[in-house]
Each structure stands twice: as structure tokens, then as C-alpha cells.
Design a protein around this ligand. Structure first.
Ligand SMILES: Nc1ncnc2c1ncn2[C@@H]1O[C@H](COP(=O)(O)OP(=O)(O)OP(=O)(O)O)[C@@H](O)[C@H]1O
Ligand SMILES: [Mg+2]
Length: 454
């Protein structure tokens, strides 16, 4: 037997293929180059191969993008009982290498089972549980920030740090108040880190980012058997996941009213009731909430429960806006600039005296996050070794930066921006590149270099 293809072709009575088909609902065979040499009718239907398409001879990845069959051909090792999502349906698959008498791998055969899988239900359940656990693990990660990561030596920041340290030791409910970008999340993590709960989990949830329909299950969990689908086995809510640690509820003002009642109960009784369950579970968490809104105003408007407001407002901590801690700006800018340059591997740049002056008189509506964004922009736009006020967008509105996804993009944005200015200048000078270089204040050689690098 030289190849699996020959074997299948020589099998005029289709004994081998009949045998394969009888094993299971679907089967497929590939040669040593991982090209399809045979596929059962049922498999064609399962993956919905159009009638006018000939699968034979095609690389198997074209039919099944997530297939592991080529690995089996390469390694010569079988992959028994695996779960694979085929056409939105979980199937059990087994892949076996086929060898010639000289033990050389000449292809592989794959079997798929998708009906009558009751006997494999325990396997599916275990898989679903592990998947859930994995997703939860992603949320319960150690807090990234410590209080030492809070930069600034202004009187206001020193006071904030002292308050935070005291609050960390007290274990009471905290309400962090501050405009957007003032460092509420950083402070919440820092407090958790400095508290006796630091070996427990820090679980953060942004109430503003959670759709109302999912929020309750997410926070309180679901009871086994109460729902169908993914929640059939029940799900642990984030409150319980934070047991022994800190639960950080960001943008608390966005919490829907019915949920506010349930949260109040958690605060009063220290018990959680999962959706669809009638049993209560004890939970030991410190709750930190944060908002940039005026919660009292929301209470007056009937959008926030007054009783919950008082429960959450046990110890309010106000984060001053950046314009009220101007003494921090120099230190913050130096720190953030170094961080940006480290991440983006851009050459080292300094802030010009005028740029520093501008940073100190600007109003900073987006606070420290905006400072970081503007410095990032400065690194992109600066022409020499100095960042000037105009590089920071001092004289215009900050453009939409949503396209800057990673610091590694900075280089390419810088390149695109300079190429665009060069092209504009060339156009203005009617195609005269020497003239354009003069207008831009760069040498002709440098202009050509820029254009060549695109
Ligand atoms: N004192 C500080 N020192 C260094 N970095 C800071 C400081 N305060 C905030 N930052 C940084 O500024 C950014 C915004 O902070 P954070 O996300 O904590 O703000 P926030 O108040 O939660 O904002 P929002 O209300 O928009 O959610 C983060 O990148 C954070 O690391
Ligand atoms: Mg935040």
C-alpha cells in the first residue's frame, strides 16, 4: 500500500468506506499532504458543502478551518476523543493516523459524532464548567496597581494617599468620587492592595458597560436548573467570586433600580441570593463603589435609592481634578512620558519649557487620562527632540484617537502624518520638491528619505 488515496481508489467494493461510515455519522480521510481524499455524505451535509463544490483534493483547512488533522499526519499520533465546534454544534471527534506497512504515515482519518451523545454528557458538562472557571479566572486577577503607583507630591495628592491608607485599614464600604480620568480605578486597586484582604481577589465590574439584561446574573449568579442553555448548571456571580476580597463597582450611578434593592440586601445582610434560587449564601466582601456623577442629585430625581446611597457613602473619598493639583503635573508628565516611550520604543523626547507651561494652565477636563493621551500625541507629532505646545494639541481640539490602538502604532502614525504634510507641501509648490522641502524647513535629502520610507 503506497498511499491512502490508492487504497481508497482500489477499494472497488467500498468495503473500507462502508466500514468507516458504519463507525459513526461522519468521517473524512486526508492524504499525507492533508488534502481531502474522501468524505462521507453525512459530513458533507454537516459542514454544508455546496453541491457545486468538489471537496476532494482540497486542503482540509479550507473545509474545516479549526481542524487538527494535519497535526495528526505530522506527528503520527492519534487524537482520541476531542470536542470540536463544527457549524455551531459541539461534536466529539477522533482522529487517527494511517500508516503503510513500513510504518510511514500516509494520511489520517477523522470521525465525528454529534447525535446520541447522552453517554458523553459528563464530558460536555465538565468542559462547560472548566470554560466558565477559565472565564472567571480572567476576572479575578490580582490588582495591578498599588498606592505607590499613584504619582504626585502636591498637598492634595499627599492627603489623598493618606486617606486611602487609612481607608485600606478600616475595611468599611468606600465611595470614590471624582471626574473621569482622575484615577478612581487605580485608587480602588491600591486600597485593596494595602488592605488585609490583599491575598483575596479583587473583582471589578463596570456597571456602565454591562447590559441591564445581563447585569443581575453577572453580579448575583444563577442557580443550577433555573435556566436553560449556558446557565443550566448555574453560575457563580461576581459578588461571590469576590468572597474574601474586594468588590469594585465602577459607575455605580448606572445600576438599575431593581438591582439596587438586591445590592442593599447584600450590604445589610452580607448574603447573596442567586437568580432562580431561594437559598442565601454568606459572603465576606469589602465593597468599593465609584462614580463621576452627583449621586445625591440622582437620589433627588428618584433614580437612585436613598437608603442605598447612605449605605455606600459610609466613607467618601474625593479625588481632586488635575487642575486642582497643578503641582503634580510636572512629575506626572515626566512619569507618563517615560512610560509611553518605553512602551513605544520611540526616541527620547523632552517637553519644551512652553509645553510644560501650557500643561500647567490647561483645564484638563479628561484629567490624568487626557494628560496621557496628549503626551502620546506629543510623541507622535514632535519634529525634533522637543515636544512643543502645538504637538500636544494646545491650539486645537484633541483629534479622535480611537485609531491608536497600541503604542506600537505610534511610529506608523508619525510616518503617515509626516508623509501627508510632505505631500501637501509638494502639491502647494506645484510638484517642486526642493521648494516643498524649503517650506517644510527640512533638507531635500530628508524629504526624499521620508517619501522613500512609505
Ligand atoms: N496619580 C496617578 N499617577 C499615575 N497615573 C495615574 C494617576 N491617576 C490616574 N492615573 C492613570 O490615569 C488613567 C486613568 O485612571 P483611572 O482609570 O483610574 O481613572 P478613573 O477615575 O477610573 O476614570 P473613569 O471615570 O473614566 O473610569 C490610568 O491610566 C491611570 O493609570
Ligand atoms: Mg474608571
Amino acid at each position: 500500500m503506497d498511499s491512502l488515496r490508492q487504497l481508497i481508489q482500489q477499494d472497488s467494493n467500498h468495503n473500507l468506506l462502508d466500514l468507516l461510515s458504519s463507525f459513526c455519522q461522519c468521517a473524512i480521510a486526508i492524504d499525507e499532504q492533508s488534502r481531502v481524499i474522501w468524505i462521507s455524505e453525512a459530513y458533507r451535509e454537516l459542514i454544508e458543502i455546496p453541491n457545486d463544490m468538489e471537496p476532494i483534493g482540497k486542503p482540509i483547512e479550507e473545509l474545516l478551518p479549526t481542524t487538527q488533522m494535519p497535526i495528526v499526519v505530522k506527528s503520527g499520533k492519534p487524537l482520541f476523543i476531542d470536542l470540536m465546534l463544527i457549524n455551531n454544534r459541539w461534536c466529539v471527534v477522533t482522529r487517527l493516523p494511517v500508516r503503510n506497512p513500513e510504518q510511514k504515515v500516509i494520511g489520517a482519518i477523522g470521525f465525528v459524532f454529534y447525535d446520541d451523545l447522552d453517554s458523553l454528557q459528563p464530558l460536555f458538562d465538565k468542559f462547560a464548567r472548566l470554560k466558565h472557571k477559565f472565564e472567571d479566572e480572567k476576572i479575578i486577577r490580582p490588582s495591578r496597581y498599588e498606592l505607590d503607583d499613584m504619582i504626585g507630591s502636591s498637598v492634595a495628592t499627599q492627603q489623598l494617599r493618606r486617606q486611602a491608607l487609612r481607608a485600606a485599614q478600616l475595611d468599611t464600604t468606600l465611595l470614590l468620587l471624582g471626574e473621569t480620568g482622575t484615577g478612581k480605578e487605580l485608587l480602588a486597586q491600591g486600597i485593596h492592595h494595602a488592605s488585609h484582604r490583599n491575598s483575596g481577589p479583587f473583582v471589578g465590574i463596570n456597571m456602565g458597560a454591562l447590559p441591564e439584561s445581563l447585569a443581575e446574573a453577572e453580579l448575583f449568579g444563577t442557580a443550577p436548573g433555573a435556566f436553560t442553555g449556558a446557565d443550566r448548571k448555574g453560575r457563580t456571580g461576581k459578588i461571590l467570586l469576590a468572597d474574601g476580597g474586594t468588590l469594585f463597582l465602577d459607575e455605580i450611578a448606572e445600576m438599575p433600580l431593581p438591582m439596587q434593592a438586591k445590592l442593599l440586601r447584600v450590604l445589610q445582610e452580607r448574603e447573596v441570593e442567586a437568580l432562580g434560587s431561594n437559598s442565601l449564601k454568606k459572603v465576606d466582601v469589602r465593597i468599593i463603589t465609584a462614580t463621576s456623577k452627583d449621586l445625591m442629585k440622582q437620589v433627588e430625581a428618584g433614580e437612585f435609592r436613598e437608603d442605598l446611597y447612605y449605605r455606600l457613602n459610609v466613607l467618601p473619598i474625593k479625588l481632586p481634578p488635575l487642575r486642582e493639583r497643578i503641582d503634580d503635573i510636572h512629575e506626572l508628565a515626566t512619569y507618563l512620558l517615560a512610560k509611553i516611550q518605553k512602551q513605544s520604543q520611540l526616541p527620547e523626547l523632552q517637553l519644551s519649557k512652553q509645553a510644560l507651561d501650557w500643561l500647567c494652565c490647561y483645564s484638563w477636563p479628561g484629567n490624568i487620562r487626557e494628560l496621557r493621551n496628549r503626551l502620546e500625541r506629543g510623541c507622535v507629532m514632535a519634529e525634533g527632540e522637543m515636544i512643543c505646545p502645538e504637538d500636544l494639541g494646545a491650539f486645537d481640539d484633541l483629534p479622535d484617537k480611537s485609531h491608536i490602538s497600541t503604542p506600537s502604532d505610534l511610529k506608523s502614525i508619525k510616518r503617515d502624518t509626516s508623509v501627508r504634510s510632505i505631500q501637501q507641501a509638494i502639491q502647494q509648490c506645484n510638484g517642486n520638491k526642493t521648494e516643498a522641502a524649503k517650506v517644510l524647513g527640512i533638507s531635500r535629502a530628508s524629504l526624499y528619505q521620508h517619501l522613500k520610507n512609505t
